[in-house]
Design a protein around this ligand. Structure first.
Ligand code: CA
Length: 221
């Protein structure tokens, strides 16, 4: 899961980035509205966290523009303004939720999980696939009742594949969900993570679709 953070407050941005990375998200961070808008238009993100008071282009303007262009990304507004009219305007302009600064990082993470869950059409917080269970809040993974210990990127990859079970995900899409702009990507890193997941879970869980990418078949298939 890849989040674009548009926030010009350096201290807040750093705290947010650290907290979200610890929650198993990839976070790319931009500090003005113009750059955020061009990133949203050219790359795929699962969520935009948008400060309203941004230099070069306001958050409200960015939001209006991405909805005008029909870009369907969940948007969580971060705002210091506590005027009800700003919140109403943001929601009416196409935001999915908002948080008033200062906010609690635990609450922020819970709202992000709720937004992503709604977006994927899942009502229950846990992700379940046969005997495999993931609790995104605790990042706890079990298989047939047994605790499975995964490295950070193995966990991110498993979550991405499960969120789209039944769909083939290309290498590019998977890599984009695992690595941000600042991360170094080794050429065979994806294969190594897939190999470890198959070993820690079971070999048939993840199918290789030759020349395209990988998939977890829909549960029951
Ligand atoms: Ca600001």
């Amino acid at each position: 899961m890849r989040i674009l953070l548009a926030e010009d407050d350096i201290m807040l941005g750093e705290a947010l980035q650290d907290a979200l990375i610890a929650q198993g998200f990839v976070v790319d961070w931009l500090k003005d509205g113009e750059s955020a808008l061009s990133a949203i238009c050219s790359e795929t993100f699962d969520l935009l966290m948008l400060d309203l008071g941004l230099p070069r282009r306001s958050g409200m303007d960015v939001l209006a523009e991405i909805r005008k262009r029909d870009i369907d990304i969940p948007v969580l507004i971060l705002t210091a303004r506590d005027a009800t009219s700003d919140r109403i305007a943001g929601l009416d302009a196409g935001a999915d939720d908002y948080l008033l600064k200062p906010f609690d990082l635990g609450e922020l993470s819970a709202r992000i999980r709720a937004l992503l869950r709604r977006r994927s059409g899942r009502a229950r917080p846990e992700m379940v696939h046969g005997e495999l269970r993931i609790d995104p809040a605790s990042q706890h993974v079990t298989y047939a009742g047994r605790d499975i210990s995964l490295q950070r990127r193995e966990y991110m990859l498993l979550k991405e594949l499960l969120e789209h079970s039944g769909e083939v995900l290309t290498r590019d899409k998977l890599e984009a969900s695992l690595y941000g702009w600042m991360d170094e990507v080794e050429s065979n890193a994806l294969e190594v993570h897939i190999h470890h997941l198959r070993k820690k879970l079971y070999p048939g869980l993840i199918r290789t679709v030759r020349g395209v990418g990988y998939m977890i078949p829909a549960a029951g298939n």
